[in-house]
Write a protein that binds this ligand. Structure first.
Ligand code: CP
Ligand code: NVA
Length: 317
């Protein structure tokens, strides 16, 4: 990493992939590649003290393995410290969320927050002028996941222009951020969902505004049509956190959207299988596809660390 470091992101917060431009997204991915290779240097890495002892607060209202671990490790590896806040501070019952944010602003540089309503993330971001807010998953978006997914695809494909990624399953937070990000790398996205579980129309419209190289977003209700000739197939859980009471109904409705060997066989022979994890074998993906040589799910999980370190550097470094 050059002594001057990477360029700062233009906005205060990172609530959505749409908060950063295509050129910043591409730069962030380049920075992540550098950080990934420099990680072996440990304390001797040029960025080992980039955060200069700053504190970053973590507020998780929902469970997390990957996001929490990679933020904790990433902050430490950049020379920062974490402040772990109990989940009830995201409820706004003891004191208003705006006041929590205005307190945090006096102590920490940034807040990494995972919550249910996306509006809560926006409330924290809008409450102060200095506290930088990072969306670590809301019901609407999961932008940090999409950063890692894009790095994983670049590692496999190099130039991604002209590729097609099929997302099969629920039109949820992960699908939204994927559709925001992939067309910016020139990747077309085919989204197959059951009727009533589609992505909001605004997500597709917004994604198309920053699409590069003729990339398209197309919606399907048939998984095989979406997957035909695709370079990668991506899926996520059928029941996201907070929807547990719908699980039985969803298992029935989403059954035709399972990623199995038959579905993979209509994609390109070298097609990748992707999943943000956690995965439910036998539901959205069969065990054989999950464990196959096509599966890059643990590369995605590893890349959460490198891309979030790049994000922290460009926001706080
Ligand atoms: N993919 C992902 O965000 O995983 P966690 O829910 O474990 O953080
Ligand atoms: N869509 C899933 C993603 C988990 C990482 C959820 O919100 O539970």
């Amino acid at each position: 990493m050059s002594p001057s470091g990477p360029p700062a992101l233009p906005g205060k917060d990172f609530l959505s992939i749409l908060d950063i431009s295509t050129s910043h997204l591409l730069r962030l991915l380049e920075v992540a590649v550098r950080l990934k290779s420099e990680r072996r240097l440990g304390e001797r890495a040029p960025t080992a003290h980039a955060l200069g002892g700053a504190h970053v607060a973590l507020l998780f209202e929902k469970p997390s393995l990957r996001t929490r671990s990679t933020f904790e490790i990433g902050i430490r590896e950049l020379g920062g410290h974490t402040l772990d806040l109990p989940r009830e501070f995201a409820e706004g019952t003891r004191e208003p969320l705006e006041d929590v944010a205005r307190n945090l602003e006096r102590w920490v540089k940034a807040l990494v927050i995972r919550t249910y309503a996306h509006e809560k993330v926006q409330t924290f971001a809008g409450a102060t002028g200095a506290l930088k807010v990072i969306n670590a998953l809301s019901d609407a978006e999961h932008p940090c996941q999409a950063l890692a997914d894009m790095l994983t695809l670049m590692e496999r494909w190099g130039d991604c222009k002209g590729r097609t990624l099929a997302y099969v399953g629920d039109g949820n937070n992960v699908a939204t951020s994927l559709v925001h990000a992939a067309p910016q790398l020139g990747i077309s996205v085919h989204v197959a969902t059951p009727p009533s579980y589609e992505l909001p129309a605004t997500v597709v419209q917004e994604a198309m505004r920053s699409a590069q190289g003729g990339a398209q977003v197309r919606m399907f209700t048939d998984a095989r049509e979406a997957a035909a000739g695709a370079d990668a197939i991506y899926t996520d859980v059928w029941t996201s956190m907070g929807q547990e009471q719908e699980a039985k109904v969803r298992r029935r409705i989403f059954q035709p959207f399972q990623v199995n060997a038959a579905l993979m066989s209509v994609a390109r022979p070298d097609a990748l299988f992707m999943h943000c994890l956690p995965a439910h074998r036998g539901e959205e993906v069969t065990a054989d596809v999950f464990e196959s040589a096509s599966s890059v799910v643990f590369d995605q999980a590893e890349n959460r660390l490198h891309t979030q370190k790049a994000l922290l550097l460009m926001m706080l470094g």
